[in-house]
Design a protein around this ligand. Structure first.
Ligand code: PEP
Ligand code: MN
Length: 334
């Protein structure tokens, strides 16, 4: 249920209303827009007397929200959420380019790629230290050492780092990470999501391999309702019956998620296609579709990458793509 307050309601009256609602055992999420303040009521709202609420002097209107997700719902929070990572902003027209290798391999590799993508205009550096791999025999990342190498690359370039956390047990190692990625395979790891809700750090939440948008939003709801409002959604392709690409890039997810939620939405054309030559056209398409950013795999030597070489762009390819992304944004008036 959402309660839209009238303009210029005195603070004391608002507080009175909020504590009255809380006394019914509900949580209240307050969102202040330019014109109105919106109260999002989370919990069992069946006890709330809607007519009484609507009759209050300071209340403009009351709406029932039929979707099961509340905190992430745009009805709760009509303005786009802007997430800050240092000086970088994501959302509400602020576009971010996140680039880097699938996995961190050596200091030379991560620093070389970080410098190259920064020179091309990337805003953040990606790189997996803990890698979820389909086969237990594949390279699964340098783990804690990989995180240290990412920090070296950050110190050399100033780029904030985005990296995947797979297990609650490793959470302390991520204290100095700028953005924690929850990967597709963990999108419904609810204990992990609740832990992400206790952190004061942006969480990049990727859509699961076979998950609906509603399930993605419910997973974001886990993080938000546990206390962390800084969630970035990511469309990274889903499993369908595509035979020539790694996944099916569900581009309509971008505008649909924007319609349903106030959270920033980015796209990952690398995992969505699995083929480096398809990454530039799909990156441009996602940009035109209104994504708030892109996360793209770039490797200095894709032929010898320890993970996802086939979908990795070379730094030169990424440089050319970054120019086109800026052109598309300009042409589309974004
Ligand atoms: C990744 O970003 O390297 C990754 C493993 O992504 P996903 O969880 O989308 O497969
Ligand atoms: Mn990868």
């Amino acid at each position: 249920m959402i309660v839209i307050l009238k303009n210029n309601v005195p603070g004391a009256k608002e507080e009175q209303l909020v504590s009255w609602i809380k006394n019914m055992g509900l949580q209240v999420h307050i969102s202040r827009g330019v014109y109105n303040t919106v109260l999002g009521l989370v919990g069992d709202t069946s006890k709330v007397d809607t007519e009484l609420l609507e009759s209050l002097e300071i209340v403009q209107s009351v709406k029932q929200v039929s979707e099961p997700f509340k905190c992430v719902n745009r009805k709760f929070h009509p303005d786009d959420t802007v997430i800050e990572v240092g000086d970088i902003k994501i959302g509400a027209g602020n576009f971010v380019l996140i680039a880097g290798p699938c996995s961190v391999e050596t200091e030379e590799q991560i620093v070389t790629v970080a410098k190259a993508v920064k020179a091309s205009g990337a805003d953040m550096l990606r790189g997996g230290a803990f890698k979820p791999r389909t086969s237990p025999y594949d390279f699964a990342g340098l783990r804690a050492e990989g995180l240290e190498l990412l920090k070296i690359a950050r110190a050399e370039t100033g780029l904030p780092i985005v990296t995947e956390l797979m297990n609650i047990m490793d959470i302390d190692l991520f204290e100095d990470v700028d953005v924690i990625q929850i990967g597709a395979r963990n999108m419904q790891n609810y204990d992990l999501l609740r832990e992400m809700g206790k952190l004061d750090k942006p969480i990049l939440l990727k859509r699961g391999l076979a998950n609906t948008l509603k399930e993605l939003l419910m997973s974001a709801e886990y993080i938000m309702s546990s206390g962390n409002e800084r969630v970035i959604l990511c469309e990274r392709g889903i499993r369908t019956f595509s035979d020539y690409t790694r996944n099916t890039f569900d581009l309509s997810a971008v505008p649909m998620l924007h319609e349903l939620s106030h959270l920033p939405v980015i796209a990952d054309p690398s995992h969505a296609t699995g083929i480096s030559r398809l990454v530039p056209p799909m990156a441009l398409a996602a940009t035109a579709a209104g994504a708030d950013g892109l996360i793209i795999e770039v490797h200095n030597d894709p032929m010898h990458a320890l993970c996802d070489g086939a979908q990795s762009l070379t730094p030169e390819d990424f440089d050319a793509l970054a120019v086109k992304i800026r052109d598309v944004r300009k042409a589309a008036g974004l």
